[in-house]
Design a protein around this ligand. Sequence first.
Ligand SMILES: [Zn+2]
Length: 110
Amino acid sequence: MKSAPPKKCGACDGRGWLLMCNTDEAAFEIQRCDACERFSSDPQAQEFIARNKSTLVEALFEFCDAVLADAARAVNEKELSHTGMKCRMKMIRDSLQNAVDLHSKHKAKK
Ligand SMILES: [Zn+2]
């Protein structure tokens, strides 16, 4: 039998989920924390966040921060070639889409 973890997970601060950059899609998305495995899958972590308004708002702010930080980093790196910009725009678009999907799960809940 699995007992509850006695300490907060250091990787996710006990939340069980993290905002990560999906390297395949090159976009930010909510993933479960692999360190504590509080959730069995990424969709399950996303469902949990969508169910609760305060976690949803928290997650949406993290999306904003992550996208803005990434854009600022790109500007600092002077990574402003046409291809680089297109790549960055796609990342922002896909990340925001992931955030919107999270919110629509909240609205769609029964
Ligand atoms: Zn964790």
